[in-house]
Design a protein around this ligand. Structure first.
Ligand code: NAP
Length: 321
């Protein structure tokens, strides 16, 4: 085992919540350490234009995340691209171990590990991932110029992804398991009126069909959930857009979570059931899921951490007197 490094506050995750927490905790002179994982920047690193970050009419997602990192570092936060493998939130100080076997202890922890796209779990989905199966239209849409694609799902993400794909594809077919969408009406209207779009209702993806050499998608088998009938569709791309799941595997059994796996916080706060452990951003928010709301929660978590650490310091100095 390597030496144990003690920190006042460790922030796990480096999306808008983690970096904003870093800015605020650094300005509170708490010298935060951000453990950023192998892909710092979170979900915004796989988007293109961001048009709803205040102060930037339009900015590329990856550029915004570089700016956030630079900002946090300029304020005094340290960022390390270490992937957390284990945490122990039942002891004091808390323990954090990374997969390169670095051991840390911390008086406070901010969990900002975000969320990631869900997959259906079909073997053929796995086989063609990155070769015609994708969960990110903004990352991969460009490869489907003048080709036909299908999008699985019926929520905001699915319809937004489908509309985005109309910029490239010759036809975009939405495949939804029910007979109505759950997205915002304005998106539904836009989608329904678009000349390149079509919907197949009451239908799920049964199988992705393709070739081995070269590895690529040529079609899909779709199953009608009412009749059980399976039909074939020709397509070059299958986009899975069935929602997101929080990245909370590390914290299972250690901190209170909702049935959906999102970390529970006391209403209107970022406090978990463990004093000194705070949760910010998509890891706790299954409703708004915006960069700006995540950043707001990162700010709240750093302010709460500062208060928590001040109380801890007071109680230690009182005990020493
Ligand atoms: P969502 O609202 O949970 O929608 C997921 C969709 O995928 C639903 O239509 C669901 O079908 C379908 N689905 C789930 N599991 C499936 C499966 N195993 N097989 C087939 N279909 C499946 O997720 P989301 O669209 O990612 O949105 C999540 C949250 O983020 C929402 O609160 C949303 O409003 C928000 N969001 C907002 C924006 C925006 O404001 N522009 C953009 C993206 C997301 P059912 O309808 O039958 O359940």
């Amino acid at each position: 085992m390597s030496d144990v490094q003690h920190e006042s506050v460790i922030i796990i995750g480096a999306g808008p919540a983690g970096y904003t927490a870093g800015v605020y905790a650094a300005r509170a002179m708490r010298k935060p350490l951000i453990l950023a994982g192998y892909q710092p920047g979170g979900q915004l690193t796989i988007t293109t234009e961001v048009e709803n970050w205040p102060g930037e009419k339009e900015i590329q997602g990856p550029d915004l995340m570089v700016k956030m990192r630079e900002h946090a570092e300029a304020m005094g936060a340290r960022v390390e691209e270490e992937q957390v493998a284990n945490v122990d939130l039942q002891t004091r100080p808390f323990k954090v171990v990374t997969d390169s076997d670095r051991h840390f202890t911390a008086d406070a922890i901010i969990i900002a590990t975000g969320a990631q796209a869900k997959w259906l779990g079909l073997p053929t989905e796995e086989r063609f991932k990155g070769f015609g199966v994708s969960a990110c239209a903004t990352c991969d849409g460009f490869f489907y110029r003048e080709k036909e694609v299908i999008v699985i799902g019926g929520g905001n993400t699915a319809v937004e992804e489908a509309l985005y794909l109309t910029n490239f594809a010759s036809k975009v077919t939405l495949v939804h398991r029910r007979d109505s969408l759950r997205c915002e009406k304005i998106l539904e209207d836009r989608f329904m009126k678009h000349p390149k779009t079509e919907v197949i209702w009451d239908t799920v993806l049964d199988e992705v069909v393709g070739t081995d050499m070269p590895l690529g998608v040529t079609g899909a088998k779709l199953k009608n959930v009412k009749t059980g009938e399976v039909s074939d569709i020709n397509t070059h791309g299958v986009f899975i857009a069935i929602g997101h799941a929080p990245s909370t595997e590390l914290f299972k059994g250690q901190v209170e979570m909702r049935d959906s796996g999102y970390i529970n916080t006391k209403p209107g706060t970022v406090s978990t059931n463990i004093p000194g452990v705070f949760a910010a951003g998509d890891v706790t928010d299954e409703h708004y899921r915006q960069a700006v709301t995540a950043a707001g929660m990162g700010c709240m978590a750093a302010l709460e951490t500062d208060r928590y650490l001040a109380t801890l310091e007071d109680s230690l100095s009182n005990a020493a007197e």
